[in-house]
Design a protein around this ligand. Structure first.
Ligand SMILES: O=C(O)C1=C[C@@H](OP(=O)(O)O)[C@@H](O)[C@H](O)C1
Ligand SMILES: C=C(OP(=O)(O)O)C(=O)O
Length: 405
């Protein structure tokens, strides 16, 4: 096991963080690009392993798509292999084979795909045997498990001979990611309608265009958290836009309550410290990837807060609720489950002189606990786990310079 030892650093000089590109935007644009007849000009693709895996699989087109631990790559390429009528095995890490995919497979089968489970019903690995002609254009998809199924279906919608009429059933989580998918499709010339819970995409062609991927707001959240927890400092985060396609830009509003002021410019966003206003509650339904960042920040800042919308966290890279509970306990903070899926974050009363964080094969566990370095010596296990979304994360931590000297 490798470890990353973080220096204790509560005051730092004004630092610019270059930030990685968004893997969510990148992975969508790559699928759209593969479905476009003609050449797109795409720049700024993410260095994230999830994106590099997508690029490699699309370019080399092996008979087995091994997506490793990339959820979007698994879900988007399952739909892509179907619409391009390929024989393909879809697989990934052991954890990927525990992450459900039945809702997407059922939807693709009802449209006309032949897909078999190779091991456990409802989970990868899958054997895809192409597309046997469209049986229906109307499909119903539950919206409360993962929005990635919906995004995967929408992106192949224009290529379906009859198009797609997708009815979202029940509560819709991660809605901002569905909106991102549709907005990106629109930038590549696709028209759609979304009325109530029905999204309609007629058969049409993606139009060649140029597109530059924005910096990653989920990755930016750790820097907001660091500044919130620091005694003194200032950060400039490059490449973020005020009107973002990414729902995780909500971090601006959350961190405004937790002592971070944001000022946008054409180059990015300047973060400075301001008095803590307090955060009583937050619903993470549409920004689940921010939950770990905000939990750790509140735990460090002494903010007792109610969290809702955490349901999808149990089926991500790890069971993130359990992982958070175990690691928060190491500095006497708790995430307590109450009735009706309401969680209470009970902050730390005392932070020990040294804390070792286990990362559970989850990049966000490693990155979310980094801001503890403002209070104590932190040791992060398996630091390379960040490569999934943010390979340069530790290099960027190294840019911070102590201003006590
Ligand atoms: O579509 C996407 O790019 C993503 C959607 C979200 O997943 P769910 O829809 O499963 O919540 C998010 O957690 C994930 O990191 C990326
Ligand atoms: C949940 C995540 O990714 P995915 O579902 O694409 O593996 C994430 O990046 O936090």
């Amino acid at each position: 096991m490798t470890i990353q030892i973080l220096p204790q650093l509560s005051k730092f000089k004004s630092t610019t963080i270059p930030l990685p590109s968004s893997k969510s935007e990148s992975n969508r644009v790559l699928v759209i690009d593969a479905l476009t007849a003609g050449d797109n000009q795409i720049s700024n693709l993410a260095e994230a392993r999830d994106t590099q895996t997508m690029i490699r699989l699309l370019e080399s087109n092996p008979p087995v798509y091994d997506v490793l631990d990339a959820g979007t790559t698994m879900r988007f390429l399952t739909a892509y292999a179907t619409i391009t009528n390929q024989n393909k095995v879809m697989t990934g890490t052991a954890r990927m084979c525990e992450r459900p995919i039945g809702i997407l497979v059922d939807a693709l089968r009802s449209i006309g795909a032949e897909i078999h489970y190779m091991n456990k019903e409802g989970y990868p690995p899958l054997a895809i045997h192409g597309f046997k002609g469209q049986k229906t254009k109307h499909i119903k998809v539950r919206g409360d498990v993962s929005s990635q199924y919906v995004s995967a279906l929408l992106m192949i919608g224009p290529m379906l001979p009859q198009g797609l009429e997708l009815e979202l059933e029940g509560k819709v989580g991660s809605r901002t990611y569905i909106e991102m998918t549709l907005e990106l499709m629109a930038q590549f010339g696709i028209t759609y309608t979304w009325v109530d819970n029905i999204i309609v995409v007629a058969p049409q062609s993606y139009q060649p265009t140029s597109f530059s991927v924005e910096s990653d707001w989920s990755g930016a959240s750790y820097w907001f958290s660091l500044l919130a927890c620091a005694e003194e400092g200032e950060l400039f985060l490059r490449g973020l836009k005020e009107n973002s396609l990414q729902g995780d830009s909500k971090i601006v509003e959350i961190m405004d309550s937790l002592g971070v002021k944001s000022e946008f410019s054409s180059e990015g966003i300047r973060l400075t410290k301001q008095p803590v206003k307090g955060l009583k509650s937050w619903d993470f339904t549409h920004c689940p990837d921010l939950a770990q960042t905000v939990a750790v920040t509140c735990a460090i800042l002494g903010q007792k807060t109610e969290f809702t919308g955490l349901e999808s966290l149990r089926i991500k890279e790890t069971d993130r609720i359990l992982a958070l509970q175990q690691e928060l306990a190491k500095f006497n903070a708790q995430l307590v489950e109450g009735a009706n899926e309401v969680f209470t974050l009970i902050p730390s009363v005392e932070i020990p002189a040294e804390i070792q964080i286990h990362t559970y094969d989850d990049h966000r566990m490693a990155m979310a606990f980094m801001p503890l370095m403002t209070k104590t010596k932190v040791i992060i296990e398996d630091p390379e786990v960040v490569n999934k979304s943010y390979p340069s994360f530790w290099k960027h931590v190294g840019l911070l310079q102590d201003c006590n000297v």
